[in-house]
Design a binder for this molecule. Structure first.
Ligand code: FAD
Ligand code: SF4
Length: 338
């Protein structure tokens, strides 16, 4: 047993004050990732600051027509929230493709963004891992790397970000609102998660003394033409080998606006402006979708064991965009049995 302190935060300011006062402290929300990491001795926080009872549980419409989601809204409540079902079904579909019903009941919106990679070496303290212990080496590069990154990796780390929900939030241009000792600030979703570079131990641009308070979605939800496709080794309860979030706005068979993001392929949800530009103004057909897939994957560099992911991603992109264009999203048929 490794001893650690525990304190409950009374409000957001108290949470920030407590974490700023003790550099070794960590927030705990649902605990579904952090407690596993502590049990495996990957993380050793000196103190847990429990934020699970803070009043950050509302889902509210904003004045500019968007949606504001409290950081402590459980994943299951968010997926089934009427405003998400009606206006942002891409987000609900992505959440329901992840974990299990029990986990989604505990997991929070903020915690989902900050869940750590599922690279097996990261969890195995007997092996070198630059993310767990900077400078120790990366066991995955010459090890078993079937599930690892094909885009944006570095010589220090080839891990992927495991979240499903974040792929949808990336596609929809969400904003992460945080509060730290210097007050509140907003981080665009594309800037929130980092590529590994030579500092793979730093996953995000959130500072250690900042708390996520809420996530904002802009007004445009692409509720008519969207799809989230997750390809994994088992039908449920597994992380993505490749996932695709696609959203289209169509007019007379042509694409007026498009969003496309990939999960399971990089250290962050992967979105490239030129791939979406390749869709704009084009006919919503397989030829257009294949071209966008080529653009999105043009810098793919597979590892020893995962060259299959490049072709898998290419086909998944075409299929997901086809489903979105037809208004037949992947998860709609099985949403009620997950
Ligand atoms: C077996 C299993 C399978 C899973 N499968 C999937 C899957 O298929 N897809 C998927 O997307 N996810 C999956 N998950 C991950 C799950 O979604 C995350 O564990 C969960 O979302 C984390 O939320 P939490 O509230 O439990 O976070 P916690 O474990 O409490 O915290 C995680 C991290 O976030 C920090 N934190 C939490 N809230 C805040 C905040 N408001 N501000 C600042 N820091 C904060 C904590 O300090 C900690 O570092 C799975 C998890 C498990 C255990
Ligand atoms: S890929 Fe990243 S997380 Fe996995 S062993 Fe290498 S450094 Fe660690």
């Amino acid at each position: 047993m490794i001893p650690f302190g525990y304190a409950r935060a009374s409000d957001v300011s108290d949470a920030v004050r407590q974490i700023a006062a003790e550099p070794g402290a960590k927030f705990i929300a649902g605990g579904t990732n952090l407690l596993d990491l502590m049990k495996d001795d990957v993380e050793r926080p000196a103190r847990l600051i429990d934020i699970s009872r803070l009043p950050l549980t509302a889902v509210e419409e904003t004045d500019n027509g968007g949606l504001r989601i409290g950081a402590l809204v459980p994943n299951s409540d968010l997926a089934w929230h009427p405003l998400i079902e009606q206006r942002y079904p891409l987000v609900g579909s992505a959440i329901l493709a992840g974990a299990s019903a029990q986990l989604r009941n505990m997991a929070s919106t903020g915690g989902n963004l900050l869940q750590r990679t599922r690279c097996a070496y990261f969890y195995d303290t007997a092996t070198p891992c630059n993310k767990r212990q900077p400078g120790s080496g990366c066991s995955a590069i010459n090890g078993v790397n079937r599930g690892h990154a094909i885009l944006g990796a570095s010589e220090a780390c080839i891990a992927t970000h495991p979240s499903d929900m974040c792929v949808a939030l990336m596609a929809l241009d969400a904003t992460v609102h945080v509060v730290g000792p210097n007050g509140p600030r907003a981080i665009g979703f594309a800037e929130f998660h980092r590529l590994p570079g030579n500092k793979p131990h730093i996953d995000t641009t959130l500072q250690p003394d900042e708390i996520i308070t809420w996530i904002e979605l802009p007004a445009k939800g692409f509720a008519a033409n969207y799809s989230y496709l997750k390809i994994r080794d088992r039908l449920s309860y597994a992380f993505a080998l490749v996932s695709v979030a696609a959203a289209l706005e169509l007019q007379d068979g042509k694409i007026r606006d498009a969003r496309l993001a990939l999960g399971g392929v990089a250290h962050k949800p992967w979105r490239v402006a030129s791939a979406e530009a390749a869709l704009h103004g084009q006919a919503a057909d397989e030829k257009t979708f294949a071209k966008a897939a080529d653009v999105l994957l043009q810098n793919a560099r597979p590892q020893t064991h995962n060259a299959f992911k490049v072709e898998l991603a290419r086909r998944a992109i075409v299929r997901t965009l086809t489903q979105a264009a037809r208004g037949t999203p992947q998860s709609q048929s099985n949403k009620h049995i997950q």
